[in-house]
Design a protein around this ligand. Structure first.
Ligand SMILES: Cc1ncc(COP(=O)(O)O)c(C=O)c1O
Length: 443
């Protein structure tokens, strides 16, 4: 197959790196995370699961679909019509948007255990609100956390006492520069499904813990009543249990995955899947816990803007109307099975993981998994796909799209097998450098 032809996108990114430190606003959108120097980087148009780059080349997105935000698909007509109506009627005003109340009512209807709702604009920011509310409610400082929850001081402070604390929770290379050293010891990690480790922390910091902050599910299913035991510990000790549903919410059902898992938190936080791509996050919680947000100052002009609220309200309605979680699960299953089948067919070893709507694979061979990942992305790009080793299912995918994707995946797996069989390395077949896996300065 011919080589990748670079164009306007690659050129614009070179300019971006000179004037935007780090190149982009989101690590997961850095071209280096996909295909250094060769990634199209920018889009001119996105619709459904189709993307056009700045050179008007069309691709099918079988990767992150707006980094998990577009559960219905890009530029969804009905969601965008709600946003356009909000624009026409004034996206901003001195009075409040009624959609704030309508959306709150709907979120509370979907989560009857909750009694109050606040909004923010981004996921990590909403997690900072949740941490603040939990600390305000309990009057305590310490947080026990598991997984990734954003970039804010409360979270990065985990790396103050142990510079590697976040390595296996999120990624390596997160220096807590700029985070006040006084926060050391206030955010302590535990690992999913390791109740003993969690329990030891609760014993060690008995009486000082404000919150337990975790995703209810992401890669692994909870084992041995892990979530139930955490719930019980939190209830007995008066600790606020916060479920981060930013990525897990609106994947397995309409609302939080905790509804399927059968454990209710005290606070749940949504963004991404809640909005189909509009900038809004919601923090919902037990009535008494959320009341604490009246005693601590949380207030922002743009939290009130109408466009994202109106679009989100429509997305939540359509997500239920189209029973989107059923499609996410069906397509996710097809993809995970397809990856395994094609790997087996060509004698390659892969490990798959993730809940069905958010699957991923890692190729295990003689070379670094990142080499295989880069090669896969490179070859799939030539075949018209925005692909990585993850697949986030969306309503805009279809069985036909998935079947074609799996066929093309098989063709790339076959290329890898034949490179190996001929005694060559996959790395020597890369047209650029190996993709990055963690956080670091860009040169
Ligand atoms: C579980 C979880 N928490 C928090 C965040 C941060 O959200 P945002 O990127 O909107 O700030 C993410 C984003 O990937 C996430 O997956």
């Amino acid at each position: 197959m011919s080589k990748i032809i670079t164009g306007k996108g690659q050129k614009l990114y070179l300019k971006a790196k000179k004037i935007i430190p780090g190149g982009t606003q989101l690590l997961s959108k850095r071209p280096e995370m996909f295909l250094p120097d060769l990634w199209p980087a920018y889009y001119s148009k996105a619709k459904g699961c189709k993307i056009r780059d700045l050179d008007d080349r069309e691709y099918t997105d079988v990767s992150y679909m707006g980094i998990g935000a577009n559960v219905l698909g890009y530029a969804h007509d009905e969601v965008d019509a709600a946003a356009k109506k909000a624009i026409e009627n004034g996206g901003m005003c001195t009075l409040n948007s009624p959609e704030e109340v309508y959306l709150a009512e709907e979120l509370l209807r979907l989560h009857p255990w909750a009694g109050g709702v606040r909004y923010a604009k981004a996921g990590g920011e909403a997690m900072a609100l949740a941490a603040r509310i939990a600390r305000a409610y309990t009057g305590k400082d310490i947080i026990l956390f598991c997984g990734y929850h954003g970039w804010h001081d409360w979270y990065l402070s985990a790396n103050l006492s142990d510079k590697n604390a976040l390595n296996d929770q999120h990624i390596a290379g997160l220096a807590p520069l700029g985070v006040p050293s006084g926060l050391a010891g206030t955010n302590l990690p535990f690992h999913y499904n390791n109740f003993e480790e969690f329990h030891a922390l609760t014993e060690m910091h008995r009486g000082k813990i404000a919150a337990i902050i975790m995703e209810p599910i992401r890669n692994d299913l909870p084992e041995n009543d892990f979530l139930q035991k955490i719930r019980q510990t939190a209830s007995m000790a008066g600790i606020v249990l916060v479920f981060d549903e930013i990525t897990s919410g609106f994947r397995l059902c309409a609302g939080g995955s905790h509804k399927v898992l059968g454990v209710e938190p005290d606070i749940a936080v949504f963004a991404k899947g809640l909005t189909n791509g509009y900038p809004l996050a919601a923090i919902i919680g037990r009535g008494d816990v959320m009341e604490a947000s009246q005693d601590t100052f949380i207030s922002s002009t743009f939290y009130t803007e109408r466009i994202a609220l109106a679009a989100t309200l429509k997305n939540v309605e359509l997500y239920q109307k189209y029973r989107v979680w059923e499609k996410q699960t069906e397509y996710g299953r097809m993809v995970q099975e397809g990856w395994k089948e094609k790997a087996e067919q060509y004698g390659l070893k892969i490990e798959t993981g993730g809940i069905l709507p958010l699957g991923h694979f890692t190729m295990k061979g003689k070379e670094d998994p990142l080499v295989y990942k880069t090669f896969f992305t490179q070859e799939m790009l030539k075949r018209g796909y925005i692909a990585s080793t993850s697949f986030y299912a969306s309503y805009s995918h279809s069985p036909e799209i998935i079947n074609d994707y799996i066929e093309n995946t098989g063709a790339v797996f076959k290329e890898i097998a034949s490179i190996n069989a001929n005694g060559h390395t996959v790395e020597s077949n890369l047209e650029g450098t190996v993709c990055h896996s963690g956080f670091g300065r860009l040169i």
